[in-house]
Design a protein around this ligand. Structure first.
Ligand SMILES: Cc1ncc(C[n+]2csc(CCOP(=O)(O)OP(=O)(O)O)c2C)c(N)n1
Ligand SMILES: [Mg+2]
Length: 422
């Protein structure tokens, strides 16, 4: 067995003390001087530096002496971890329920149900002609927004595409203001000028609501850059769909985010379809969580129909990002029940497929069963929560219907914002 100091040739292999000190400092963000690294030639390489040195050796195409790898680990621990996706997906589904408090389980049910009833009401208002223009509902995907939001802080930044109502509500935006916005009212969150796709709520660190597919991804990367540049602890949670995942600007964002180790979670809501096509017909590689591999971004696929799985995965991702490791990709395997927008012939999938998802994977039904099985709530209590939510949303919708339309004088305000003052 070699003695530790016999690994001193590794230091030479990695360019000598000066270069290794520089590369290790860059790699770990811990300042290290040349003298210290040279001293390892005599005294042996400290254990705490070995994992980083192994990663540098792998990057340089070098071989790793077996005895240099810390006990209980193998070289696989230092190679890309995205091949562990399937394993992780299972792990998050086989969680230890005791890790999650009853209160959290209750809140998952109530929050998801609120999003569902809100969107159902929006669908009705649209049908009545009270909402015009484009409108995309989140029904079916509730577990993603609720699970992700539970793992981040209010100071973190959130940005998404046009399917944005639920993400706003999860951030804490006023449901009344959202309903007003949808109906073009002056009390709307964007003064009734943005509509369904263009809602902003800076006070809740929500940065849109973007109608252009994928446009929010570089902006979300910019939000992460701002946090790093201004030394703020906040991260950027940037959502986008499977239909956006192959865009050039997404890859450019991956590159910059990884190069500059930006605090960003790229959360892909893979609901299996774009506007009118299945991901299988549109994407050469359907394992979206692995798309960051060549940029060194780890990614995990998660059961996006289960709020607990989403929450656990999100917690891991948040930890990774907050510890300064740079970006991470979470691919949420989810499903939308309604059409892409309000006018969608839905020729790209069968009714049976939608029905099967609703019956077998519905996130709200899943939580209902869990709460009853664990004797946290009775069926009666579940119903009373539902009744309360329905009546609250009904009242808010009534109030919004009766409120004043957008003001004509506001037509040319807020079009370009040069300075943003709180
Ligand atoms: C740049 C751009 N191209 C095309 C469109 C039209 N369009 C709107 S939504 C959409 C599909 C996006 O699908 P996905 O990213 O999977 O999101 P989902 O609707 O499933 O939430 C397309 C092509 C657009 N809005 N912007
Ligand atoms: Mg999609």
């Amino acid at each position: 067995m070699l003695k530790d100091k016999d690994y001193s040739n590794i230091i030479d292999e990695l360019g000598g003390g000066r270069l290794l000190a520089k590369n290790l400092s860059k790699f770990t963000n811990i300042v290290l001087n040349e003298k210290t690294v040279y001293s390892w030639k005599q005294q042996g390489i400290p254990d705490r530096w070995k994992p980083s040195i192994i990663k540098l050796l792998l990057k340089a195409g070098g071989t790793i002496p077996q005895g240099f790898i810390p006990p209980g680990m193998s070289v696989n621990n230092f190679q890309d971890n995205s091949s562990l996706n399937t394993e992780l997906l299972e792990k998050y589904d086989n969680f230890n329920e005791n890790d999650i408090s009853n209160k959290t389980l209750e809140s998952f049910y109530e929050k998801m149900l609120y999003l569902r009833r809100f969107e159902e009401r929006v669908g009705q208002l649209y049908g009545l002609g009270l909402i015009g223009g484009f409108c995309h509902l989140y029904i079916g995907q509730e577990a993603v927004s609720v699970g992700m939001e539970a793992a981040i802080n209010k100071d973190d930044n959130v940005i998404t595409g046009y399917r944005c109502h639920a993400h706003l509500l999860s951030r804490g935006a006023s449901p009344y203001k959202l309903l007003c916005e949808l109906m073009g009212k002056g009390d709307g969150i964007s003064k009734g000028k943005g509509g369904s796709m263009h809602m902003f709520d800076p006070k809740n660190n929500f940065w849109g609501g973007h109608g252009i597919v994928g446009a929010q991804v570089p902006i979300g990367t910019g939000l992460a850059f701002a946090s790093k540049y201004l030394n703020k602890p906040s991260l950027s949670l940037t959502y986008f769909g499977d239909g956006a995942a192959n865009q050039g600007q997404v890859y450019e964002s991956y590159n910059m985010a990884s190069l500059w180790k930006l605090p960003i979670i790229f959360c892909i809501e893979n609901n299996q379809y774009g506007m009118g096509t299945s991901i299988k017909r549109a994407s050469a590689g359907t394992d979206l969580s692995k798309h960051g591999e060549s940029f060194g971004i780890p990614g995990f696929a998660v059961n996006g129909m289960n709020p607990i799985s989403v929450y656990l995965a999100a917690q891991k991702a948040v930890k990774w990002v907050r510890e300064g490791n740079g970006p991470i990709i979470l691919e949420m395997k989810t499903y939308r029940y309604r059409g892409h927008s309000m006018s969608d012939p839905a020729k790209y999938r069968t009714r049976e497929e939608v029905q099967k998802m609703r019956e077998e994977q519905d996130p709200i039904e899943f939580m209902k069963k869990k709460l009853v099985d664990k004797k946290i709530y009775s069926s009666k209590k579940l119903q009373s929560i539902d009744d309360k939510i329905r009546s609250e949303i009904s009242n808010l919708a009534e109030k919004a219907i009766n409120s004043n339309p957008s003001n004509e004088d506001d037509l040319y305000t807020d079009v370009l914002c040069e300075d943003y003052d709180e």
